[in-house]
Ligand binder design. Structure first.
Ligand code: DC
Length: 226
C-alpha cells in the first residue's frame, strides 16, 4: 500500500505521516529530509545557491540514505548522521531554494522511487508525492491549516529543539515557502484526486483517525499483520 501526504509547512504532515505509518505498521518516507540534506551539503561546501548547476552537482555527488522506520527518520549523508543538522531555521530557508531547482528534483524523485520500490508499503510525505512521484498511490491526502496555526506549530517545534525564533520571522519564512511549494500539489487539487484534510482545529490523533477512516481500515487493522 502506498499513501501520499502533501501540503504546506506546518500543516502537520510529518507528525501525521509518522503516526499513520506507525498505526499501519508500514514505513514513513520523509522526502523533505532529502531536500534538506542537499541544502546542508551545499551550505557546508560554500556553494553559491544561485548556481543551479553547482546545486545539481552536490545532489549528484552525495549519497543520501534514509532509515524510514515509522518511529524515527535517520538521515545519512555519505555515512554521516545529519538528522538534527538538517532541522535548523537556516537550513529550512536554504532548502526551498534547492527544491526549486529542477535538476535537483529529478535526482531526488528518482531516489524516492527507488527507496519506495524497496519499501513496498509506505507513507510518503512531501509536496509532490501524490501529483508527481507516486501518482498511482492507493490514497493521496493533502493537509491544510491556517497560516496562524502553522506558525504556532513551527515555533513550538523550534522551542522544543532549543532554537530561538521570533513570531514574525517564522510567519515570513512560511509565507515565502508557501508560494513556491504550493505549485507542487496544486495539480492534485485541480484534478480532484486528493482527499483534503484541514488540520487547523484537529489533534494529531483526530487527523490520523480521519485518514484511517478514509482508507476504510479498522482501527487495529495493521497491514504488517495481514
Ligand atoms: O517538509 P520539509 O519542511 O522538511 O521540506 C523542506 C523543503 O523541501 C520545503 O521547502 C519544501 C521542499 N520539498 C519539496 O519541494 N518537495 C518534497 N517532496 C519535499 C520537500
Amino acid at each position: 500500500m502506498i499513501i501520499t501526504i502533501d501540503g504546506p509547512a506546518g500543516s502537520g504532515k510529518s507528525t501525521v505521516a509518522r503516526e499513520l505509518a506507525a498505526r499501519l505498521g508500514i514505513a514513513y518516507l520523509d522526502t523533505g529530509a532529502m531536500y534538506r540534506a542537499v541544502a546542508l551539503a551545499a551550505m557546508e561546501r560554500n556553494v553559491d545557491f544561485s548556481d543551479h548547476r553547482a546545486l545539481c552537482e552536490v545532489a549528484r555527488s552525495i549519497r543520501i540514505e534514509l532509515d524510514c522506520g515509522p518511529k524515527h527518520t535517520c538521515v545519512l549523508v555519505d555515512g554521516r548522521d545529519v538528522s538534527e543538522a538538517i532541522r535548523t531555521l537556516e537550513v529550512s530557508a536554504m532548502t526551498s531554494r534547492v527544491a526549486a531547482v529542477e535538476g535537483v528534483r529529478e535526482q531526488l524523485i528518482t531516489l524516492q522511487r527507488e527507496i519506495g520500490a524497496k519499501l513496498g508499503s509506505f507513507v510518503a510525505e512531501g509536496r509532490d508525492q501524490g501529483s508527481v512521484v507516486f501518482p498511482k498511490a492507493d490514497m493521496r491526502f493533502v493537509l491544510e491549516a491556517s497560516l496562524e496555526e502553522r506558525a504556532r506549530r513551527r515555533r513550538r517545534e523550534y522551542q522544543a529543539g532549543g532554537q530561538a525564533s521570533d513570531a514574525d520571522s517564522v510567519t515570513d519564512n512560511l509565507q515565502a515557502r508557501d508560494s513556491v511549494d504550493a505549485r507542487q500539489w496544486e495539480p492534485l487539487l485541480a484534478s480532484g484526486d486528493a482527499v483534503i484534510v484541514d488540520t487547523t482545529n484537529l489533534s494529531v490523533q483526530q487527523v490520523v483517525d480521519c485518514m484511517i477512516d478514509r482508507l476504510g481500515l479498522a482501527d487495529d487493522d495493521r497491514l504488517a499483520s495481514r
